[in-house]
Write a protein that binds this ligand. Structure first.
Ligand code: COA
Length: 379
């Protein structure tokens, strides 16, 4: 398609382009407001649970007691991943990136769900339940296996947050950490048409099955400009090394035009409301561990980036030090993002299936025209 007014250049990265109608979530970047199905993220983080938020994202309203109980039972009954999928991961190289493992294993889940390609609401809802239940099981199993330990079987008496930490460590986390982690899952659950959610909707728009949509979403989430930023933030803090080195390190990094991970956002031009909670949790973990180094360094980076560039931290910035102080390996930070975002992805896929139109935009052609083909010997 050719245009004379170069609309595509104006919309580089599709910034500001409305590509779908959705009732699931909304981001107000100017005012720093995030809502899920009408509820403010602060209200949900303060009062709700991850399972309740999953129900909200899938059904458009909060559940009553019976509905929540039923969803909990369905998710917990599906915590076990098909044993063949876990067996397969044993053959993967030990140093495989956990996001690559997750992407490959989620793709393989499709083999063991005979209804996995069905896109009607009832069948797709079951696939969403299985995916939401099993993505944490796969991540925790991989962490155990790559370290030479056997996977820990899921505990059906626990919610998703507590069960994940239990499968990872082989023992229950304390209540404080279980609650904090549950809130982290709420905070990461949905974020409108971010890159990975858009990806899942594009795939769903072809009426491909949900496992394929989510496999593509995981691939998109892995990139360092998206979910991969949380791991990159922690690597940056480790590279800086100490609070008194932050100023000089940052000056040099900005001089070299390096992007400071966890800072800036394509939509928020003010504080990301999720960062408000994660800053609090990073501080809380620092106090709990009696080691404030990572929190202090993060705060200094935040302060300097605000002074020098007028930029704010995003969701990945303080989640990095929070998870690190919880003893979670760096390369599991992004899979944890997926363990939460699966709820938003599946919600969007259900919404797309429910009112589908193939997503097929146009490109503004900027190449040549009317060239004459020349035989290879004459080029
Ligand atoms: N550190 C330093 N400079 C940054 C920056 C960062 N984290 N983010 C943006 N900038 C600068 C760019 O260098 C660019 O400067 P220029 O105009 O002088 O070239 C300007 O701000 C605009 O950057 P751009 O990448 O086009 O803005 P965007 O709105 O598309 O970027 C992000 C959004 C998230 C991709 C970007 O802020 C970023 O890469 N952040 C770090 C990665 C990250 O944390 N990702 C997780 C997002 S939740």
């Amino acid at each position: 398609m050719s245009t004379t007014d170069s609309t595509a250049a104006a919309a580089a990265g599709l910034r500001g382009v409305v590509a779908a109608q959705s009732a699931i979530g909304d981001v107000n970047g100017e005012q720093g407001i995030l809502i899920y199905q009408g509820y403010n993220i602060h209200d949900l983080a303060e009062h709700s649970t991850f399972e309740e938020v999953i129900y909200l994202l899938w059904h458009g309203r909060l559940p009553n007691e019976n509905e929540l109980e039923e969803l909990n039972a369905e998710i917990r009954a599906n915590y076990e991943a098909p044993p063949q999928v876990i067996e397969m991961t044993r053959a993967y190289p030990n140093d495989a990136d956990p996001m690559d493992v997750l992407r490959t294993a989620v793709s393989a889940l499709d083999f063991y769900d005979k209804d996995g390609h069905k896109t009607d609401r009832e069948n797709a809802m079951w696939t969403a339940i299985k995916l939401t239940a099993q993505i944490g099981t796969i991540t925790a199993a991989w962490e155990r296996l790559r370290n030479g330990n056997e996977p820990v079987a899921p505990d059906k008496s626990l919610n998703i947050a507590a069960n994940f930490l239990y499968m990872l460590r082989g023992e229950r986390a304390d209540q404080d950490e279980e609650h904090m982690f549950d809130v982290c899952l709420i905070l990461h659950a949905d974020h409108e048409l971010n890159a990975s959610t858009f990806t899942t909707r594009v795939v769903a728009g072809t009426l491909a099955g949900m496992y394929g949509c989510v496999t593509a979403g995981i691939a998109a989430l892995a990139g360092p400009l998206h979910g991969g930023a949380n791991t990159a933030v922690m690597k940056m803090l480790i590279e800086i090394g100490d609070l008194d080195k932050v100023d000089a390190w940052l000056d040099k990094a900005l001089e070299e035009k390096r992007k400071i991970m966890g800072i800036g956002h394509a939509v928020y031009k003010t504080e990301d409301p999720r960062a408000t909670w994660l800053r609090k949790y990073s501080k809380h973990m620092a106090e709990k561990k009696g080691e404030s180094k990572w929190f202090d360094m993060s705060q200094r980076v935040e302060q300097l980036m605000h002074e020098k560039k007028g930029m704010f931290p995003n969701v990945d910035f303080y989640s990095a030090s929070t998870y690190y102080m919880m003893g979670i390996p760096l390369d599991l930070f992004t899979p944890i993002f997926a363990i939460s975002r699966i709820s938003g992805w599946t919600g969007h896929i259900l919404e797309q299936y429910g009112n589908n139109k193939l997503i097929r935009p146009r490109a503004e052609y900027i190449g040549q025209r009317d060239l004459k083909y020349t035989p290879i010997t004459e080029r």
